[in-house]
Write a new protein. Structure first.
Length: 118
């Protein structure tokens, strides 16, 4: 399975971005899709995840209310809409996939960089 993330860039504080992650190699049935981010000098942190059906989502407290995760299974794509961006959102954002019954994420994308200027 390959995950290709895109949509990052330079944006001013208060702006919005939509990140995309396309999966190829197999259909990710029964896989939870997640987004993580890693700021320079910091550990990678969880941002959000969505189940295969899209019925269940979870968000980190740091982004709750500003972020929406969704998926289009027909396109094997998961999205992360980030609004009201803050400089502290600056990071490399990674998408990942794990089988629904596992706790560890098995597949990781290469990351897309988001830079928020103040």
């Amino acid at each position: 399975v390959q995950l290709q993330a895109s949509g990052g860039g330079l944006v001013q504080a208060g702006g919005s971005l939509r990140l995309s992650c396309v999966a190829s190699g197999r259909t990710l049935s029964n896989y939870v899709m997640g987004w993580f981010r890693q700021a320079q000098g910091k550990e990678r942190e969880f941002v959000a995840h969505v189940t295969w059906s899209g019925a269940s989502t979870r968000y980190a407290d740091s982004v709750k209310g500003r972020v929406a995760i969704s998926r289009d299974n027909a396109k094997n794509t998961v999205y992360l809409q980030v609004n009201s961006l803050k400089p502290e959102d600056t990071a490399v954002y990674y998408c990942a996939a794990r089988y629904i019954y596992l706790s560890e994420y098995t597949y990781w994308g290469q990351g897309t960089k988001v830079t928020v200027s103040s």
